[in-house]
Design a protein around this ligand. Structure first.
Ligand SMILES: [Zn+2]
Length: 655
């Protein structure tokens, strides 16, 4: 799902690279206003939800394998009448099953083996169906529920909407996250996908309807038009949808390898050109995702767009509902067909598995099709948004708040950046291989997955324990502010001290590879510090003497308020420092604040035998002595350092 206003702000960055800082500020402020609005709306929604909580009473003693729905509507009237045949398999011996259905909708009858069943409405938006006797485990059967009524009006995200465009009535549904039961009897949670579905929609003949899967038939009878749809892939409740108005239908195709996939758009007649013009873009993005990740998940059916009046988009399975055909929205909703629809978040706490990937794919589209400056502008915009508050986790702490679940700062932008940072940390090939493994995993694909399932695939492919990364970035809150102190160390060496503070106490330290750019008038390079402790000291040979340094120049990390300080002395270095240790074919002795005298360096083995000795003089204040050690055999040594009459310093070194 995506809200329009934020998208418009993001689109500004994509198409107008030369954004003046004034405009930039305005866009950022606008985003904050949206967030404030969303929170207000979310608070309202929360009140509504608390009076009707929880969101699903459906029992788990049956597994839905098939749905056949017939909905009769008139876009000019906020009313639905229909029947839903639910094919189920009993998973636990049962004489009742419970489905979710808003109390506002009246159940007329429930048929089971051609007999009317007794049912009970406990006024908690459910219907308890009495099966008339016990069904044994693994019994496969079906109930057919006839119902009608006026769906309840929800606040933030209306699940069943009647509106108008150019004076013509339009009706659409949008169930994510909790709205399915507002208009049809269903399992309103995230634990059961129907394996296949047939849908029939009857409207007055002036309207055309759009829904999931393939259009199989259309019949006109007594001034009513009925369209028949079939969908033969598993589908979550919130991804079932229909819309109806005087649509023009645009039939096109997308070539995916040897497969010609139908691309079917349902546009308002006055917006037909927008949809026609966007077709090449849809094809390009479809090919990109199909080639980079896994084949389009619903390749035996279709992809398409259906125009609706919600301020954004919604990734209904095989048929994204679109406010407009802007580039960011097209990519976002199409990406959800893999991330959200093929693999659905297993709980609303894990919504970033849907939205983070959608944001990631939007950025990927910019990366592949726009200049680097556009990508960096988008990154800067997202980073400013993510770090605009010191706290908040990607993992949703309160799923009763729709505003929190769909928090654009945390579930969307920060979620997308968790993925970008995994790519940075693990490298492109491991990252993409892990994501493909996740999408191909039969335990999750066409089913549900949790954060831990994605983590497992990144760990398996990288052969690294990512618990700390996920603890910091997904479950923990905030971000680091880096402080870099650096000093030239002579002979093209630099001394670096990298420190960080964190914006939230839930994370003490963010372990990340931190890129640092060094440059002078003629040379420019980026080095990476594997930052694993605070006040981390490194000496690096750049091959030139830099005059300036920058933290994270290409925006690989979530961070803010970073600072760089150039000094003349080595900060955070002891008077005498030896590195690396264990030593390799050479090692370095760093001397701080030494301006005069003679230094005696002596190397002993553990039995006290002198291996090597050296006298050094002519110091500059900060000195780096490089000592060849290729000839030295493996083992432990003592390095004894004394200056004139100063006390002896002894360091244990290992080769
Ligand atoms: Zn989305």
């Amino acid at each position: 799902m995506f809200l329009k206003i934020l998208l418009a702000a993001m689109a500004l960055f994509m198409f107008h690279e030369q954004v003046k800082s004034q405009n930039y500020k305005k866009v950022v402020e606008e985003t904050f206003q949206i967030a404030a609005m969303e929170q207000k709306a979310a608070a309202l929604k929360q009140q509504v939800i608390q009076t009707t909580a929880p969101f699903s009473k459906a029992t788990n003693n049956f597994d839905i394998h098939y749905l056949s729905c017939h909905w009769m509507v008139d876009p000019a009237l906020r009313f639905i009448q229909g029947n839903v045949k639910t094919g189920f398999i009993i998973t636990e011996r049962a004489n009742t099953i419970t489905l979710d259905l808003a109390d506002e909708l009246k159940v007329d009858s429930i048929l089971f083996r051609n007999v009317k069943l007794a049912f009970y409405r406990p006024f908690d938006n459910s219907v308890i169906i009495n099966l008339g006797g016990f069904l044994e485990k693994n019994t496969k059967d079906e109930v057919n529920i006839y119902y009608k009524g006026t769906p309840p009006i929800s606040t933030t995200i209306s699940s069943f909407t009647t509106s108008a465009h150019a004076g013509v009535p339009v009706m659409w549904t949008l169930s994510e996250p909790y709205g399915g039961r507002d208009w049809w009897p269903c399992k309103n949670g995230l634990n059961d996908k129907a394996d296949s579905m047939d849908i029939a929609i009857t409207t007055p003949v002036a309207y055309r309807s759009a829904s999931n899967g393939m259009l199989v038939d259309e019949q006109i009878l007594n001034g009513k038009r009925t369209t028949y749809w079939k969908h033969r892939y598993p589908i979550a409740t919130y991804l079932v949808a229909f819309a109806a108005t005087n649509y023009v239908v645009i039939n096109d195709n997308i070539q995916l390898g040897s497969k010609l996939l139908p691309l079917v758009d349902y546009a308002y007649p006055e917006k037909e050109n927008d949809f026609l013009n966007a077709a090449p873009l849809t094809k390009r993005v479809m090919s990109m995702l199909h080639n980079i990740f896994t084949p389009y998940p619903f390749i035996n059916e279709k992809y398409g767009h259906t125009q609706f009046g919600f301020g954004g988009g919604m990734e209904h399975q095989t048929n994204s509902f679109m406010n407009n055909m802007s580039e960011g929205l097209i990519v976002h909703e199409l990406a959800h067909q893999w991330f959200g629809n093929k693999i659905t978040c297993g709980s609303w706490r894990d919504i970033w598995l849907n939205e983070g990937f959608a944001v990631y794919c939007s950025n990927l589209n910019i990366e592949k099709n726009y200049p680097e400056s556009s990508l960096l502008s988008m990154y800067r915009f997202q980073l400013n948004n993510i770090t605009s508050k010191p706290s908040g986790s990607v993992y949703v702490d309160d799923t009763t708040s729709v505003g929190r679940v769909f928090d654009s700062r945390l579930s969307y932008n920060k979620g997308g950046w968790v993925l970008q940072m995994l790519r940075w940390k693990l490298g492109d090939s491991v990252f993409y291989k892990a994501v493909r493994n996740y999408l191909n995993d039969p335990k999750f694909n066409y089913k549900y997955a949790y954060t831990t399932d994605l983590k497992m695939h990144f760990e398996n492919e990288s052969k690294r324990d990512l618990s700390e990364f996920f603890r910091d970035w997904v479950y923990g809150q905030g971000f680091p502010s880096y402080k870099l102190k650096w000093a030239p160390a002579g002979n093209n060496w630099v001394n670096i001290t990298l420190s960080q503070t964190t914006s939230d106490t839930s994370v003490k330290f963010f372990e990340m590879p931190v890129p640092i750019r060094f440059k002078n008038a003629g040379k420019d390079t980026i080095i990476v510090i594997d930052n694993n402790k605070n006040d981390q000291v490194s000496f690096i040979n750049l091959g030139f003497t830099p005059d300036s340094a920058f933290i994270d120049p290409k925006l690989k990390l979530i961070s803010a308020n970073n600072s760089v300080i150039k000094t003349d002395i080595f900060p955070n270095v002891e008077k005498v420092m030896v590195f690396p240790n264990p030593i390799g074919n050479e090692f370095k002795v760093v001397l701080k604040d030494m301006t005069e005298g003679i230094l005696h360096l002596s190397l002993y083995n553990l039995t006290g035998q002198l291996i090597w000795r050296k006298r050094v003089g002519g110091f500059n204040g900060n000195d780096l002595i490089i000592i060849p050690s290729a000839q030295l055999s493996s083992g432990n040594y003592w390095l004894r350092i004394n200056k004139d009459d100063d006390p002896v310093i002894i360091k244990r070194i290992v080769k």
